[in-house]
Design a protein around this ligand. Structure first.
Ligand code: SAH
Ligand code: SF4
Ligand code: F3S
Length: 465
């Protein structure tokens, strides 16, 4: 799709001209702000939007009251949705004070027709709405919005187009996400993602490696390969390539020191992948392996295609081949029909696996998914009680697991000055744990050995060794 890249770059130039006109009128720089509500893929999309705005000469502003404000939404759970409406209320008051302000909405929530109806009815002060399938046309949409007054809505249904080589901005100089695939084919019965992100499609390995090379030349040491189910990478491409082979190629790019990936579906995790992880130190000692439930019956109704036993065996195999690896997970509590016995199966998996950390979610009914119409929804108080018990267990395991590394000396990639205490610099271990060390900005972007002097629950205090 080279033609599309050329076209969008032409639009960036047009956007620049419009921005210059506005800058003259306002006698100050024209600013933008992008807020991300969703997952890493959503965050990567935000970097693409920022990249285009920066290429058009807009200046990034930390506060949300910029001249162009974009809310990049998520709809995986109802509370992600609610937050967006809350922000819109706040932005309305800002817009009343700044008539040049443009409010834009994009991301997964916008692929839901009911959301669009609600915006058309109650949020007409919004300027531009676009979805997940036309994000690559953002320069064109921005230009349209610059030259148009009133609400503009551009949503597309499923689109298989992948457009390469558009500008991106990076939150960190030394690390970056890299999309390796888009969409999802799994249709877990509770999940909205396949409906709002479309069918799975992989980027070619050549495009991915080209991007990683460019990132490495630009100072990136750590890449996070992104997809809803990275283990099925490569399906549908003309080339014959597996995710494990892609990982090997990424590790071979000069300058790349750390490689992460997200997310792995247990049903597709191959022995080949475990072997590649075992043999290649650059691949971080962390695997995020969503369990969702420990009950075979619930897993079946979730359409997950593995059993409790499969999951436990998989974890055992990984730990045997990749010692020291951190395994983290996602768990849903209160899926329709979940009985106390089902829930105890989930608790049992947590006891047995002892996850390094776990994201626990209360089941959220997503209209349009099969589970939304299941009749046996679990009462709220029962869910709350289970959720609390599960949280206590996973937190205890997480703390115990973290404690085991105290006094070890391990490499840390330093990322940020600590927000609470400016004398501390925060970094991450290969296993994704957070470490704080006394130091200054000069450490940022460096990988140095650190002795973990104290474990404080989920993070460590350390000293450079
Ligand atoms: N592709 C990833 C997950 C993407 S969504 C995977 O398959 O593992 C991230 C997490 O949100 C999921 O792992 C799941 O635990 C949670 N989630 C998804 N839909 C949900 C829903 N309807 N209610 C509650 N949690 C949900
Ligand atoms: Fe949703 Fe399942 Fe796809 Fe993950 S694999 S995005 S949970 S449908
Ligand atoms: Fe949310 Fe979309 Fe990601 S629904 S979790 S932002 S793919």
């Amino acid at each position: 799709m080279k033609g599309e890249t050329i076209l969008q770059n032409e639009y960036i130039n047009k956007c620049k001209e419009e921005r210059e006109k506005l800058e003259k009128k306002l006698s100050r720089p024209v600013t933008f702000h992008v807020t991300t509500f969703g997952c890493q893929m959503n965050a990567r999309d935000s970097e693409k939007l920022s990249g285009i705005l920066e290429a058009a000469g807009y200046v990034k502003k930390e506060e949300e009251d910029a001249d162009v404000v974009i809310l990049n939404t998520c709809t995986v759970r109802e509370n992600a949705n609610q937050k967006v409406y809350g922000r819109l209320g706040y932005l309305k008051t800002k817009k009343e004070k700044n008539p040049e302000m443009k409010i834009m909405l994009c991301g997964c929530m916008m692929q839901e027709p009911s959301v669009i109806e609600k915006i058309m009815e109650s949020y007409r002060f919004v300027d531009l709405v676009f979805g997940t399938f036309n994000l690559y046309r953002f320069a064109e949409l921005l230009y349209k919005s610059q030259t148009h007054k009133g609400l503009l809505i551009e949503i597309e249904k499923e689109d298989q187009t992948i457009v390469e080589d558009l500008p991106t901005d990076r939150k960190y100089k030394f690390k970056s996400g890299v999309n390796i695939m888009f969409g999802c084919n799994n249709f877990c019965s509770y999940c909205i993602v396949p409906y709002v992100r479309g069918r799975e499609k992989s980027r070619t390995s050549e495009d991915i490696i080209d991007e990683v090379k460019k990132l490495a030349e630009d100072g990136v040491m750590e890449v996070m390969l992104l997809g809803q189910n990275v283990n099925s990478y490569g399906k549908g491409l003309d080339e014959d390539i597996s995710f494990a082979e892609l990982l090997r190629k990424v590790c071979d790019v000069p300058g790349i020191e750390r490689v992460r990936f997200m997310t792995s579906h247990p049903k597709d995790l191959s022995d080949e992948l475990i072997d590649v992880m075992a043999e290649n130190e650059k691949i971080c000692r962390h695997l995020h392996l969503p369990l969702q439930s420990g009950s075979d019956e619930i897993l079946k109704r979730m359409n997950r295609h593995y059993t409790k036993e499969d999951y436990l065996k998989l974890v055992e195999k990984i730990r045997a081949k990749v010692p020291g690896i951190a395994i983290t997970t996602d768990i849903i509590v209160g899926f329709p029909g979940e009985t106390e016995e089902d829930f105890l199966e989930t608790m049992d998996v947590c006891e047995k696996v002892r996850f390094d950390s776990a994201f626990t979610f209360i089941y959220s009914k997503r209209t349009g998914t099969p589970a939304a119409s299941y009749e046996d929804q679990v009462p709220e108080d029962v869910i709350k009680d289970r959720f609390d018990r599960l949280l206590a267990l996973v937190q205890r395991c997480g703390r115990e697991r973290a404690e085991e590394w105290t006094n070890e000396t391990l490499p840390v990639l330093f990322e940020d000055i600590n927000r609470q205490d400016e004398n501390l610099v925060t970094g991450r271990l290969s296993n994704n744990s957070v470490v704080h060390v006394k130091g200054d900005e000069s450490l940022i972007g460096k990988i140095l050995p650190v002795r973990l002097t104290e474990c404080r629950g989920f993070y460590y205090m350390g000293e450079i060794a």
